[in-house]
Write a protein that binds this ligand. Sequence first.
Ligand SMILES: NC(=O)c1ccc[n+]([C@@H]2O[C@H](COP(=O)([O-])OP(=O)(O)OC[C@H]3O[C@@H](n4cnc5c(N)ncnc54)[C@H](OP(=O)(O)O)[C@@H]3O)[C@@H](O)[C@H]2O)c1
Length: 337
Amino acid sequence: MVSLETVRQNNSSLKGFGPNLVAVFVGGTSGIGEATARAFVRETESSRVYLVGRNETQASKIIEELRQINPDGQISFVKCEAARLHSVDEACKSIQEKEEKVNLLFMTAGMMTTKGRDETDEGLDKKLSLHYYSRARFAVNLLPQLSKAANANESDKQGLGSSLSRVVSVLSPGDEISLHLDDLDLKNHYSLRNCAGHAVTMNSLLMQELAAAHPETSFIHAYPGGVKTGLMREFHPITQLAINALTIFAKPWMVPLNESGERHLYASTSPQYPPQASADGNVAIGADGNTGSGAYLLSWDGSITGNKKVLEAARQNETGKLVWKHTMEIFTSICGN
Ligand SMILES: NC(=O)c1ccc[n+]([C@@H]2O[C@H](COP(=O)([O-])OP(=O)(O)OC[C@H]3O[C@@H](n4cnc5c(N)ncnc54)[C@H](OP(=O)(O)O)[C@@H]3O)[C@@H](O)[C@H]2O)c1
């Protein structure tokens, strides 16, 4: 477990990166994304931050508050229906028009629903798309900007001596399952359990594929623990009331929202989770069991997690490559490139 003291020590040193870090928070208009964006703006110098989501009113309110926290930060809203890959492409394009490099891509856009398969006009299940395909699309689209951040010239390297280049997807590592390999998008095997399991497992495998191909960037799949956020907003008000009542009893096991923001900022910046290319010494063990592999599966407290049995079988069967191939085929069939 990483202590809160260590988390705060790391976060309070981030101004050492120097000014002008660029961060994209997909899901930055609520919950864990918002809390992490707040911590990022507070702890960094003149950073440029993009909050991606649908709720413009909420975004304006957060931007106003963030300006008070740190008047040097530049915060913008990017409207995006992230379950649609075309909308993801438009959001990325609008960021790429303004930024040559992106230091941090932090993704939390998600939903909780008990509905069955619910397809977007692009033919993907909305929840599976938000939790996996859309995140994969953001990461792949923004790789040139992440690489640029990683390979900044010596002259523009940030003060901490290394260039921050990191992707973080917040979902639920540890809950990986054996995949339906012939039906990865669950056209025929849809259930809430399969949807959750496929999204989690494909996130964990994608991070490893990306880290192997892009050794100068680190890739993290993180579990937040129980955090009281807006995640239940699509439930019936009575169900929400019941869940809120239950969370009162669960409080000792819940992670307070501010602490969650601080911990995710640590996951997003700590030298404990370095890219493969610059890993040395006493750093975290990666998803493949090797120290400093560049892909990390983190529990709420920064410790290493992941379903070892499922991940080992996936490694032996090269399931990651299959997931990557499938993801590219989905991208081509929907977006045509
Ligand atoms: N909270 C927990 O206890 C917990 C536990 C385990 C895992 N998680 C996972 O952590 C992630 C973050 O959850 P959270 O608790 O921070 O939830 P949250 O407060 O509901 O935030 C979700 C964010 O996703 C965005 N979003 C939802 N649907 C979207 C869409 N179609 N297009 C664009 N943006 C969309 C929302 O923005 P707009 O409303 O502006 O669209 C919001 O900013 C989720 O993937 C969740 O499954 C959470």
